[in-house]
Ligand binder design. Structure first.
Ligand code: GLA
Length: 384
């Protein structure tokens, strides 16, 4: 939905024009998976799909929320009654952002918000981060808080970790807040140092497809927490702050030190090799050798499947089918256990690959996937 519809929707609901309209995108992660809570490297880019919010300030300590996507009417909340993990509905994301801003001492005194999102929900494409970031940016502008995008991302992560209660890393919110059109974001999640890497596949005769498997396996959140705890155990056993501190060249020695801690060894091997793959992808893109990143994407998938164990039959089927049909590389993207995969392909091969994946899903008796092309798009911004 565009700025005009969301503006009109706000006016119809609340009886006055909004003070402004903002948008924030979903993301795909090109490479660097399950590294962000290990202080490692990630490389997401913004999707053209965005969450859009029309917003006005209030001075009476009331937050009113409405979503064009959910048939739940206007939800009215008192700011002084916002409590972490008290809300299990979609409203926890925008309310959590208001809570996090106020908890950090920012003088937000209320808001009327009308939201609409085109980011597919439950597809591993950061629809919740888009909701958080669009609200954070709107309030930052309206209340003249002067917070830089990376700081808004941190506050949104706090909303998600503490208010919503999901133990995620910093990648999704930073991607939504900081990505730039035509670029992938090389992000060091330890200090949020950033480098925008030009990523124009079309100019080089390539395409990147997103395949949303449309499955979300039930154990998703518990398993994410277990992986995170396993990584923290690995760092503790190895005497480092985070697995990011294990250099690739020291991996064998680190694995030897972990002895018979087989599960931790696998997690450590994934994180340390994945960080190195991100650095190699950055080097290839910066030297103009984009086609050569394909095998690194595939190696990332193999590591996530076999060592980190966060893939699932549907994601593996996308990757195997795409590679057999001539893709340059393919991998799951996001947290795993369902959600989406990405496929790097030569431009002429896109239709054949799409058909091959659709047919393989039909033959396996899986729900038909949703396939679309991903083009690196702008990060969060004011649109009216
Ligand atoms: C989810 C989390 C991110 C990140 C990825 C895995 O998307 O929200 O913080 O950990 O999983 O890379």
């Amino acid at each position: 939905m565009g700025a005009v519809e969301v503006r009109d929707g706000f006016t119809a609901l609340y009886g006055a024009e909004p003070e402004g309209v903002w948008s924030a995108p979903g993301r795909v992660n090109l490479i660097g998976e399950h590294t962000d809570y290990n202080d490692g490297f990630v490389m997401p880019f913004a999707l053209p799909h965005t969450a859009v919010a029309a917003v006005s300030r209030r001075t009476d300590g009331i937050l009113r929320l409405h979503s064009a996507d959910i048939d739940a009417g206007v939800v009215e909340l008192r700011l002084d009654a916002l409590r972490p993990q008290s809300d299990k509905e979609w409203t926890a994301y925008p309310a959590g952002v208001v809570w996090a801003l106020r908890e950090a001492g920012h003088p937000v005194t209320g808001a009327d918000i009308h939201l609409a999102s085109a980011v597919p929900a439950g597809a591993g494409l950061s629809s919740s981060a888009a909701l958080e970031v669009v609200v954070a940016l709107a309030l930052n502008d309206l209340y003249e808080l002067g917070l830089p995008p990376w700081r808004l991302a941190r506050l949104c992560q706090r909303a998600e970790n503490v208010y919503v209660g999901a133990p995620t890393g910093i990648m999704d919110q930073t991607a939504s807040a900081c990505c730039e059109d035509g670029h992938a974001l090389f992000l060091d999640t330890r200090d949020l140092a950033q480098r925008q890497i030009p990523f124009d596949l079309a100019a080089e005769g390539m395409r990147l497809l997103v395949v949303d498997t449309r499955v979300k396996h039930a154990h998703n959140e518990g398993e994410y927490g277990k992986r995170r705890a396993g990584c923290e155990k690995g760092a503790a056993l190895l005497g480092v702050d985070a697995l990011r501190d294990i250099a690739y060249d020291d991996l064998d020695a680190a694995l030897a030190r972990l002895g018979d801690e087989e599960e931790v060894r696998r997690l450590v091997r994934h994180v340390v090799t994945e960080d190195q793959r991100v650095e190699r992808v950055v080097a290839l893109l910066e030297s103009g050798d984009t086609r050569a990143i394909g095998p690194l994407l595939t190696a990332s998938h193999v590591s996530l499947r076999d060592d980190f164990r966060v893939s699932c039959p549907e994601l593996d089927l996308v990757v195997d089918t795409a590679l057999a049909a001539g893709a340059l590389g393919a991998r799951m993207t996001g947290g795993g256990f369902g959600g989406s995969a990405i496929v790097l392909a030569g431009a002429p091969d896109v239709d054949t690959l799409t058909k091959a994946v659709e047919e393989a899903f039909a033959a396996a008796g899986f729900t038909a996937p949703r396939v679309f092309e991903a083009v690196p798009s702008p990060g969060a911004r004011r649109i009216s």
